[in-house]
Design a protein around this ligand. Sequence first.
Ligand SMILES: [Zn+2]
Length: 215
Amino acid sequence: MKLILLGPPGAGKGTQCKRIVERYGMAHLSSGDILRAERAAGSELGKKAQGYMDRGDLVPDDLIIDMMIAAIKKAPKGYVLDGFPRTVAQAEGLDAALAKAGERIDAIINLQVPDEAILSRMTGRRSCPVCGAVYHVVNLRPRVDNRCDKDNAELVQRKDDTPAVVANRLKTYHEQTAAVIGYYKRANTIVAIDSNKDVDQVTADVFKRLDALDG
Ligand SMILES: [Zn+2]
């Protein structure tokens, strides 16, 4: 199976991805992980990407496409793409390469969580500046309010978890995803999954839909 997994930050994409890969035995191709590996290995692609990142620029679409196509060629049993394609240009590049090989994406899984739910999950996080332990004001409370269980340090909210930053990340995500989904809507199966549920229930829903595709 060849899948694309979409989902906003905080939707549990990492967990679902891991479970899909375990059940169906395909490769997990995360653009972030692959980019880090290429840079760490000092490959030609990695060096080029590093150059852009050192200048504070985004890594261009064609470089990301080349990197992901190379990874896809090493995954004959299928794959779940995670973090790619992020733009319509990347989706077009992927399709062109797949068409050459006589292949196509089987389905796009779209994990959906209302923004308000993501905001409360992420902005409720508190972390310990001393030991790095993570708590949540509703779901994972420390024994003493706003104090780390291990070292009693005062908990802080990371900059990444403030409402303004989370809202901005969600806005960017929706803009990019809407364009990518619009691109795939014409020719591909889009599997919408309500992901504002217990994590095991979400997995069960995903498996049910993928089993139907597989059979
Ligand atoms: Zn601590």
